[in-house]
Design a protein around this ligand. Structure first.
Ligand code: RP5
Length: 151
């Protein structure tokens, strides 16, 4: 994520990965304030053993696109809800990648972060049968938890 201030949002992704038993590392990497850290992380991510990157940032949210430009790993972008423009700035900064460097962009805020965790797990589950089973169990439990009528 781009800042400590993104963590309350990005924790939703971490919680989902915890729930599904997916190992991860949560780091602060700012495209603006720590550009050298960004380059080191993005260029080294595949060699470090990462399989998917979830990049959350807000405002002029360059982080996901910049990471994607320096790795072949799939990058999922989470637009963090900004104070000034409610995350519409973040969304448009992340989603409108020119052809050639994709960022899979999720919804603004906590729903997007939770879904980024789920989507990362889905990607990893294509080569991990046990994870695929845990994902299916998660879906089944979610379906079972929805009441037919409001209480
Ligand atoms: C972005 O600027 C971060 O991703 C964060 O969403 C936003 C504001 O950062 P702080 O000023 O709260 O550190 O780079």
């Amino acid at each position: 994520m781009g800042s400590q201030s993104d963590w309350p949002t990005m924790q939703r992704a971490a919680e989902m990965l915890d729930k599904l038993g997916v190992a991860y590392d949560a780091r602060i990497v700012s495209a603006h304030r720590t550009p050298d850290r960004l380059v080191d992380f993005a260029k080294g991510a595949a060699a470090e053993g990462f399989k998917v990157v979830i990049a959350g940032a807000g405002g002029a949210a360059h982080l996901p696109g910049m990471v994607a430009s320096m790795t072949h790993l799939p990058v999922l972008g989470v637009p963090v809800q900004s104070k000034a423009l409610s995350g519409q700035d973040s969304l448009l900064s992340i989603v409108q990648m020119p052809a050639g460097i994709p960022v899979g962009t999720l919804a603004i805020g906590e729903a997007g972060a939770a879904n980024a965790g789920l989507l990362a797990a889905s990607i990893l589950a294509t080569s991990d049968d046990a994870l695929a089973e845990r994902l299916q169990a998660f879906r089944a439990a979610q379906t079972a938890s929805v009441a037919e009528r409001p209480s």
